[in-house]
Design a protein around this ligand. Sequence first.
Ligand code: ADP
Ligand code: MG
Length: 392
Amino acid sequence: MRKRRLRDLPPEALDGRRALVRVDFNEPLKDGRVADETRLKAALPTIEYLRDKGARVVLLSHLGRPKGPDPKLSLQLITRDLERLLGTPVEFIPDPHTGAAATRRLPRGGVALIENTRFWPGEEANDPTLAATFAALGDLYVNDAFGSAHRAHASTEAVAHLLKPAVAGFLMERELRYLGDALDQPRRPFLAVLGGAKISGKIDVIEALLPRVDQILIGGAMASTFFLAIGFGVGGSLVERDKEDLAKAILAKAGAKLILPRGAVVAPSLERAAERREVPSDRVPAGFAIFDIDETTRLDYRARIVGARTIFWNGPMGVFETPPFDAGTRSVADAMVEAGKRGAVTVVGGGDSAAAVAGLEDAFTHVSTGGGASLEFLEGKPLPGVAALEDA
Ligand code: ADP
Ligand code: MG
């Protein structure tokens, strides 16, 4: 079902009105400052559009996993960075219960930021009373927090029932377009590249993608569990022994669609990278573990990716946080960028995968800001934060 969008609202619905915008400012903090501004920047188009239309912008977000009020997770820590990015003062409102008057005093185009929604117990309980408190802070509701849409919380779900119009912001719209339409009606060949640490978290994604894609290229530790299922020795590789049968079932179901790495980069441990070598997938020596896909696989995957017209990627090909085991992940990223230059639609989902391409976002069609949400959406699970918005 299509959802009503911010861009669908007429000017008079915005001018002078208080827009309560649920954003995802759940950024990593370091020494009390924002360590990565990706999510702040991703929310700017919606905020700037609203300001431009004369709205008073009231921002709502969670940050981290506080167990109640916690100064280390106060959104006030983000205010200065937000002011710099917006080039305008941001009024911090420490308590939503007493904040409505301050939102009414905002000038047209003014911006306020409400304290961390998770400081109040009603947030995660999707409590209608807290939702009513939030609803009193605005005259319309915009949800731009795709990364939080898979949670039914007071600020993402219950509030959307109380404050109308309730519409999707630009980031939300983009996420739904590229993870939804682009992958629902893909230009073919349609390739998925899946990696990461565990099969268990990705089974539903594999199952959902299998009937839609032409091929799935597997990498990461996920591949090792498939190797185990085939009967290869995996040495000390990270595997999920209890998922062997499941891996067998997926292999049988997927047939020729599922492509496994031909070889691996192995080492005795991450620390002993100097002793690394490349081996065929069925020749992993005892005492060695798989930490990346090998050169042969990189070239194979590159050729397949560059020849595809739609590519969805989730999950690093190796332990990309620890060079030189980032080579396989970099090579998939490069191949996708190359495919994009040739006109392919390239979409990246997943928290670690997005981190692996940080700084290169513009070279992809879309890099999802929603780690868990992007996967749940691909699995076909309804996202409560989206479902609660008005239908178009
Ligand atoms: P995403 O967040 O993009 O969905 P995951 O969380 O599933 O990705 O997986 C990312 C993690 O997988 C990374 O921390 C990476 O180090 C790990 N990983 C990838 N390949 C291997 C491997 N061969 N052995 C151990 N860990 C791996
Ligand atoms: Mg992850």
